[in-house]
Design a binder for this molecule. Structure first.
Ligand SMILES: Cc1ncc(C[n+]2csc(CCOP(=O)(O)OP(=O)(O)O)c2C)c(N)n1
Length: 544
């Protein structure tokens, strides 16, 4: 016996992979792993639900450039992981979820808390495997590698309490455990050739230039599959060639959304009709890292798109005719050449419409006014997260993002409950930046228990709750379908009292000016503050 247990080996490997924090909610079966991580000085942030732990971990991991780690118990704790795992798969965030499992030595008739976890999570992860004595280190390495390989995504490991205490001698030499079947058949990232600077970069530059030379009304869309580091190169090329451009919601900040060439946010956010008009006006879309997982309609199948991808899309999908290229090499090559022609701005009408709708709401607590009021009070560099609902559509379209990594939402999955735990993950990863979460009162009620986590974990954030006593996005959808109002409205839960019950500050505002002042004061105070904003349940009608 070497004295090193499998739990120690797992903790070692995580530390070697650059992991410096884990999130989760333990049960008795993961206590040895938890203790091994404590001894390895990997702090554990206890969350109040496994779903929020997984969301916080994935955001934390992405901002730290490694895998986010979430640790849960078996059975119910593991079952609660489906939301963050599915979110990480469809929103391309790097997550390694580790849960306990029943020891193999238990009799088959021991059915208490027995759930076939590898079979459950195999189809929604890039790798699902049991950590076993003799192959523990390899399993952790494979899981981290799967999570941080583009397209980023989830890996899932089980570790039984019995195996966690077992001797880890001989671990180095053994083979990887076989991964479970997954939906990656079409494009397992290990099967596809990795992006190369050349010759693909060069060939692609010529073909893209030719397509652009033939195009009279091109529109460049920057999507989820672009890396933050590429933003300066994309901006330089767009400016040098004078190309109109937009982003998808998860790529907000890749270009300066306050710049003159910016057309809008594409993929089902507010005023999507205006964006669809812009798409209809374009004769070529150039999609840098464009991933259909972000698009709630089917225009991506009928529009002429030059797909410039660095990696397969979420779930391994590769669109027909897509070029797998190194964005960096290609953009450098393109920018070194003159534009093949000049383009008149074909999207001025949509830009004006977007601006007018945004500005019409200013100085009021209409949804666009809420965006403007929050933007006026939030310090520069504020990282914004949203939950899912009308507010996401409005903030997704109108929040004036200027830098990458500063705007977070669940969009591929679009799961309510994302906003608050995402903000906690972001604040713990970037304590130097102000963090602000925008939520509906529906989504806030799903996760408000995490306010206590934010306070305890030292993650002060501002939470803006739009209180309309309704699942307003669904209410508006019901109305649009000509259905009677049914099953979508609820009685209020006082967010200010919830905040105080969790030991954080709470304030209610009744005007745009008061909202700006409250955001400014709460950001400066550095204490977690909930700002409740009463808003009409139909306030977003017509724009979402
Ligand atoms: C977990 C989950 N359940 C249900 C939905 C469907 N859904 C999408 S938006 C929405 C309403 C959200 O209401 P609220 O949080 O109050 O935000 P609002 O629309 O009022 O801004 C619902 C129920 C979802 N996306 N995620």
């Amino acid at each position: 016996m070497s004295g090193v247990t499998v739990a120690d080996a797992v903790a070692d490997e995580l530390a070697l992979a650059g992991v410096d924090r884990a999130f989760g909610l333990p049960g008795g079966e993961v206590l040895h792993l938890l203790d091994a991580m404590r001894r390895r000085e990997i702090p554990f942030t206890l969350c109040r639900h496994e779903a929020s732990a997984g969301i916080a971990a994935a955001v934390y991991g992405k901002l730290k450039g490694t895998a986010g780690i979430c640790v849960t118990t078996l059975g119910p704790g593991a079952s609660n992981l489906l939301f963050p795992i599915a979110d990480s798969l469809l929103d391309r965030e790097p997550l390694v979820a580790i849960s306990a499992q029943l020891p193999e030595s238990y009799p088959a008739g021991h059915t208490h808390q027995r759930v076939p976890l590898l079979e459950v999570f195999g189809p929604v992860t890039k790798l699902a495997a049991a950590v076993r004595p003799g192959a523990a280190r390899q399993a952790v390495r494979a899981a981290v590698r799967a999570a941080v390989t583009e397209p980023l995504g989830p890996a899932y490991l089980t570790l039984s309490a019995e195996d966690a205490r077992a001797d880890a001698t001989g671990d180095e030499s053994s083979e990887l455990p076989p991964p479970q079947p997954s939906p990656w058949g079409r494009g397992s990232s290990s099967e596809l050739p990795p992006p190369q600077p050349s010759p693909w970069g060069r060939g692609s530059a010529a073909s893209l230039t030719q397509r652009l030379a033939r195009s009279e009304r091109p529109l460049v869309l920057v999507g989820l599959g672009t890396r933050w580091e590429t933003a300066p190169l994309i901006r330089k090329w767009l400016e040098a060639w004078g190309l109109p451009h937009g982003v998808t919601p998860k790529a907000k900040g890749m270009v300066d959304e306050t710049g003159p060439g910016f057309v809008g946010v594409f993929g089902g956010m507010a005023i999507d009709g205006v964006m669809l008009d812009a798409l209809a006006a374009a004769d070529l879309v150039v999609g840098w890292g464009l991933d259909p997982v972000e698009i709630d309609k089917t225009w991506h199948a009928t529009t002429e798109i030059a797909w410039m991808l660095e990696s397969p899309c979420a779930t391994g999908y590769v669109p027909e005719g897509a070029l797998l290229v190194s964005h960096e090499a290609l953009l450098e090559e393109l920018t070194a050449q003159p534009a093949p022609r000049a383009w008149a701005n074909a999207f001025a009408a949509q830009q004006a419409r977007r601006r007018d709708i945004y500005e019409a709401g200013h100085d009021s607590l209409r949804p666009t006014g809420v965006v403007a009021a929050v933007a006026a009070g939030a310090p520069p560099g504020t990282v914004v997260t949203t939950d899912v609902g009308s507010h996401k559509f409005v903030f997704g379209q109108f929040w004036p993002s200027r830098e990458p990594a500063g705007f977070w939402m669940s969009n591929g999955l679009s799961g309510m409950g994302y906003g608050l735990p995402a903000a906690i993950g972001a604040k713990l990863a970037r304590p130097d930046l102000p963090v602000l979460a925008v939520m509906g009162d529906g989504g806030f009620a799903m996760m408000s228990q995490e306010l206590e986590t934010a306070r305890r974990a030292g993650a002060p954030l501002v939470a803006v709750v739009l209180a309309d006593r309704s699942l307003s996005l669904i209410r508006i959808g019901q109305e649009n379908r000509g259905l009677p109002n049914y099953g979508v409205d609820f009685e209020p839960i006082d967010s200010v009292l919830v905040a105080r019950a969790a030991g954080v500050d709470g304030v209610r505002v009744e005007s745009a000016d008061a909202l700006t002042a409250a955001v400014r004061a709460a950001s400066a105070a550095g204490r977690t503050t909930v700002i409740e904003v009463p808003i009409g349940a139909d306030a977003s009608r017509g724009i979402v």
